[in-house]
Design a protein around this ligand. Sequence first.
Ligand SMILES: Cc1cc2nc3c(=O)[nH]c(=O)nc-3n(C[C@H](O)[C@H](O)[C@H](O)COP(=O)(O)O)c2cc1C
Length: 111
Amino acid sequence: MPRAYIIILLDEEISRTPNHDAGIAAMSISMVAYDEGLGSCILGAVEREKLREILKVPEFLAVALVVALGYPAENPVVEPVKDGDIKYWLDENGVLHVPKRNLKDIVRWNE
Ligand SMILES: Cc1cc2nc3c(=O)[nH]c(=O)nc-3n(C[C@H](O)[C@H](O)[C@H](O)COP(=O)(O)O)c2cc1C
């Protein structure tokens, strides 16, 4: 259960690349959180209008992303993707397995 949420707001009148900026901010927050021993999850699937109402976000600011923060309760294991399946799974001991594609499978080189 997250202990805190950071809502990243965009003033779209002052940047022409607002979504890039929000992504950079979210990533920076996650990395600093990790360095401080916190877990994080970047959330894009949020109820923006509800958040706006609850937090009284003025109209000129757009709700871009949310970063949930908390003390990690799991020790997930990163492992290579098998048979193209990237779904996370829990084993019988409650360990979360997180399949990741290999770098060589996602990097493309010019001729
Ligand atoms: C822009 C963006 C939006 C995301 N939105 C969600 C979300 O709404 N809900 C969710 O569970 N994960 C969301 N994720 C995925 C998690 O933040 C996280 O990146 C993902 O679980 C991969 O983490 P892991 O591979 O280190 O476990 C989003 C990621 C990004 C980059």
